[in-house]
Design a protein around this ligand. Structure first.
Ligand SMILES: [Zn+2]
Length: 347
């Protein structure tokens, strides 16, 4: 995807970057800050191609015909290194960082720019960040370093100050994925007194959404697969690639699932705010409650709404701790939809 595909959303930013390229003044280290890790990676690849292009177009855009452009378009640019959280712990270890730095310092193929991309840089621990500082201070010649993050507060000020920060923020927080999967419509039916039938049905629907997310993660891994080693006969390399491929799917799935769970908690938070008397047009995410108009005329009790937020947070931490997803969802949905015994009649 060339940088021109992002011009509509970020016209000034794209022209500034292209101008830098045209004038031969591209930086060596950038921090791309955004609200969506996948989007950031696409943007980073577009900028990497522009920076690596040898076509010297008058506008600074990538030419699409030179050797580096051709390699990018075929997804097999050999000098592009990635460092990303791969395990379920979502951490980038200091060992992984050291390996990355070692690879960055190896000489690049003549004529090609060496590119190092740290995806989800917020997953770097302090030790890993400190280990990276020296490379960031003095990157090897002919190298471009790109750090991508959705949470720059987790990065040391010394890291941030050594990069050109580029903001690609679109929304404060996007719950597009959850809306698209129909999460809010399903949650609208989940309320106190709805009963176990609704509770279990809701849990089954959310479980099915999670299964879809896993499929989405598989498709993404397939789309971004590295084809350089397709023909290898080496069993050891094949096994390693297969393991990396599976780890990539799992990491992406966990990321998508986290975004759904944060949307779920946010949904209960909107409901709580209504109970607190916040007007619909002042809710941070009124769009979530479109499927539930009656909540504004008959909101739940504040203490129940607050308890639901706590339960949603508990659900999130259980799932993050690898508790069986279906069990955790069942327990959550059953508690929230619980039928309270009716108060005894006074007669
Ligand atoms: Zn080119």
């Amino acid at each position: 995807m060339p940088l021109s595909d992002f011009k509509e959303a970020f016209p000034l930013l794209c022209s500034r970057l292209e101008q830098a390229k045209r004038n031969g003044r591209t930086g060596q280290a950038y921090l791309f800050l955004g609200d969506d890790a996948v989007f950031l990676e696409k943007f980073a690849m577009a900028w990497a191609q522009t920076a690596a292009c040898t076509g010297n177009t008058p506008t600074g855009e990538s030419c699409g015909h030179c050797h580096p452009c051709d390699l990018f378009q075929r997804n097999c640019y050999p000098e592009c290194l990635f460092l990303r959280p791969q395990s379920k712990s979502r951490q980038i270890t200091v060992e992984a960082m050291r390996q990355f730095e070692y690879d960055i310092n190896l000489a690049a193929t003549p004529g090609l720019l060496k590119i190092g991309i740290i995806v989800e840089a917020e997953c770097l621990g302090e030790e890993a960040q400190n280990a990276f500082l020296k490379t960031l201070e003095e990157p090897p010649p002919n190298t471009l370093l790109l750090l991508l993050t959705v949470n720059s507060r987790k990065l040391l000020p010394t890291i941030r100050s050594r990069c050109q920060t580029i903001s690609l923020l679109r929304n404060r927080q996007s719950y597009e994925l959850a809306a698209q999967k129909g999460l809010f419509t399903v949650l609208a039916k989940l309320k106190r007194g709805a009963g176990a039938g609704i509770g279990l049905k809701t849990s089954a629907r959310i479980t099915a959404m999670f299964a879809e997310l896993h499929k989405d993660a598989e498709s993404l891994a397939e789309e971004t697969k590295d084809h350089r080693w397709d023909d290898t006969e080496d069993a050891r390399i094949k096994k390693q690639l297969e393991e990396e491929y599976i780890a990539k799917i799992e990491a992406e799935y966990v990321r998508l699932r986290e975004s759904m769970l944060s949307a779920l908690t946010a949904w209960f938070l909107q409901r709580f705010l209504i109970c607190q008397g916040v007007r619909k047009d002042l809710l941070p995410h009124a769009e979530m409650l479109e499927a539930e108009e009656d909540i504004f005329s008959a909101p739940p009790k504040p203490e129940e709404a607050e308890e639901d937020i706590r339960l949603a947070e508990e659900l999130t931490s259980c799932i993050k701790a690898n508790v069986d997803e279906r069990l955790a969802l069942d327990a959550f949905c059953l508690t929230v939809s619980e039928k309270k015994p009716k108060p005894a009649s006074r007669q």
